[in-house]
Structures are given as C-alpha cells and as structure tokens.
Write a protein that binds this ligand. Structure first.
Ligand SMILES: [Zn+2]
Length: 384
C-alpha cells in the first residue's frame, strides 16, 4: 500500500515532466534531521518492524561468520581502532545500506565522506544484545566529525534504507538492519557476466566502469545511453542465488530475487521483483529503432552465479542481457522514487493524484537527478 501511495504521489510530482523551470514543481521533499536521542522508526530496535530481535553473537569460528562480508568501499572511512578489520565486516544488507548512505553523504555535503567508527564487534564492548555482535549495526559519523551534521546524517541513513536509526550519542549515529532471512531476499544485483551495451560496444558488468554510458531507457520509455554514476554494490567474489527470467524471444535476464525488473503493462510499464515474475508476464526487451519490444516470459529458474554488480545510472534503468531493469532493489526511498518516477511519466492522460498521505518518497538525490538535469557529482566520487 505504501508503494502505491509513493507511486501516486510521485506521479503527481512527475506530471510536469522534465525541464529546467521550477515554477510548477513541488520541489524536493524536505528532509528533517533527527534530534539527539531520537530514533526512527519510533519503536524499539528489536521490534520486527524495525531491525528485529538479536539472533546471537557471531564469532570467527561460527558457521555464520561466512555470512559477514567485508566492505572495502573506498568512499567510506573506516576507523578500525581495533586494527583487526572487524569494522569492515557486516551483513550484506548492512553493506548495501551503508554504501547507499555513502552516496547520500557525498552528495549532501560535497567533500565530506561517510565514516564508520564501529561495525561488527567481536570484543564484547557493547551491551549484551547489541546487533553489532551480528554485523547488523554500524556507528557512523561524517569524515569532518562536524556534530552539527549528525542529525541530518541520521535522517539520510534512514532514507538510505537502514531499518532502525538512532541518534544515540552526540558523537555518532547508530544504524542497524534486519537479518537477511527476515527480509527473505538477498541484495539487488546482477551477476558479473551479465551483458550491457555501452557506447563503446558490448561488455560484461564486471568490466563496466563509472562514467561509461550504457544502454538504458529514459523517462519517456525511449532507449538512451545513460551514464553510470555509481555502483550500489560491486563484489567480484561473492556468489549469490539469482533468478533467471527467460522470454519467448530468447532474452534471458538474471538478477537477484529482490531486484526490480520492468515489465510491460497496459499503461506503460510496471516494476516487479525478479522473484515475482511469472510465465506470461511481459519483459521489455531491446528492439529496433530505439523502441522496447515486449516479449512474453516463458519460464524462470534459480541459478547460482559469482560476482554481484549493481550499477546506478542517471536514468535509474539499465538494459541487461537485452532486458529492461531498474537499477534498484528494495531500498527505502531514493531508489524507489527513482525507479518509480520514470514509469509514471509514461502514463498517458495522467491526471495527478491526491497527495494526501505524503509518503517518504523523493529523496533529494532523486530530485536532484530529475529536477537538476545537470547535477554534478563530486569529482572524488569514484569506485575503484
Ligand atoms: Zn551502535
């Protein structure tokens, strides 16, 4: 239901279409900083609607230790005062949210980076049931340690998709996530072998770089080349379960179950989790003359593949293995907004919608991309 509301509201916001003037636009939604001591959502951390209960400490000898992944994102500073690299270890979900937050921080405060002062804790320095022991929590600051930023940092963390964010101390923000099993889905990525078309020719995702332009679809549904502005995730060594979706014309796209594919619908397109695509659904595949060609899905199957890649393009879409996909999986706001806006602009005869329930929708980031077409990323923003 929230999704529907977000879509409706975004539709209203998007109805004016692209352009430079701001006259008729509602403008980016205002994000309010948290105040010291506040947490969002306003329930306890181990409530199932927040991060959920602790499931037990993970030690280096545990079977579950292999579920923790290192985060080597060069755009994040890790304090690592233990000197063990433990602060870099976290669950996949935590890593994704953190990487998304790193993007938000750089765009909110050019020249400033995200800094992690605590991640996985193997030394017992937190309270008994802390999610730090499971790699499900991080304590963050900004790289300039300007405490006046922390309230907004907390807000950005929530918008980035952390399941519970707490302005716990004047000197840091505590952020935590649900377990992978409780969300039932892995991350939103494509395998490294997935093919994309760049202006320089065809290549696999593993060799794609920031700044290259890949074939995507714009907000009118036309195929365009769109610049890769970031990788939400990029891990050549991870092996994951993907869903392979095959269409009648032989196009087969592979994505993690929670990744959003874009399917043809009576009024344009609709988004669907890869795991929810069924035979009979209609993929949008690369066609002739810049137009997407609908192709009916014949079957889907789970496959295991190595390498996970989630490129983010300016349009928020990417054509992978000749099928149209969103750049996003399940994240709370900007991703949802970004992915949701474009399809709605396709809808002929859109009349706007009652914006009664203003949802947490348009992150200023998505707004920036859509409303300030020439938004420039900090030059330091690269993923090596
Ligand atoms: Zn903490």
């Amino acid at each position: 239901m929230r999704l529907a509301l977000v879509l409706l509201w975004l539709g209203a916001a998007a109805a004016c279409g692209p352009g430079r003037g701001f006259t008729h636009r509602p403008g980016p939604r205002r994000l309010y900083p948290l105040v010291f001591g506040q947490h969002v959502p306003n329930i306890i951390e181990d409530n199932g609607r927040a991060s959920g209960p602790p499931e037990g400490r993970i030690t280096r000898d545990d079977e579950k230790f292999k579920d923790l992944v290192p985060n080597y994102n060069p755009d994040i500073d890790f304090k690592d005062d233990e000197g063990t690299g433990a602060d870099r270890l976290m669950t996949q979900r935590c890593k994704e949210k953190l990487n998304t937050l790193a993007i938000s921080v750089m765009m909110q405060w050019p020249g400033v980076r995200l800094r992690v002062i605590e991640g996985w804790d193997e030394e017992g320095s937190h309270l008994e049931h802390s999610l730090h022991y499971e790699g499900r929590a991080v304590d963050v600051t900004t790289s300039d340690r300007d405490r006046r930023k922390y309230g907004m940092l907390a807000r950005l963390a929530y918008e980035a998709g952390f399941d519970w964010v707490y302005y716990e101390s004047r000197s840091y923000i505590h952020c935590s996530v649900k377990t992978e099993s409780s969300v039932g889905m892995g991350a939103g990525c494509f395998p490294g072998e997935a093919r994309v078309l760049t202006t320089e020719g065809e290549r696999d995702l593993a060799s794609l770089r920031i700044g290259e332009k890949v074939l995507a679809a714009d907000d009118t549904g036309k195929m365009v080349y769109s610049e890769v502005i970031a990788f939400i995730d990029r891990d050549p060594n991870a092996t994951r379960r993907f869903i392979e979706v095959t269409a009648e014309n032989g196009v087969a796209v592979t994505a993690t179950p929670s990744h959003l594919l874009l399917l043809a619908a009576a009024d344009g397109w609709r988004e669907a989790f890869a795991a929810a695509v069924r035979p009979g659904d209609v993929l949008l595949t690369r066609g002739e003359g810049g137009v997407m060609r609908p192709a009916r899905v014949t079957h889907t199957r789970p496959v295991f593949k190595r390498g996970v890649y989630a490129p983010l393009t300016k349009t928020g879409t990417v054509i992978v293995n000749d099928a149209l996909a969103s750049c996003y999986a399940v994240v709370r706001s900007h991703a949802l907004a970004h992915a949701a806006m474009a399809p709605l602009r396709w809808r002929a005869g859109w009349r706007g919608a009652a914006a009664g329930d203003a949802p947490r929708g348009v992150h200023w980031y998505a707004s920036a991309l859509y409303y300030f077409g020439d938004f420039v990323l900090p030059s330091s923003y690269t993923y090596r």
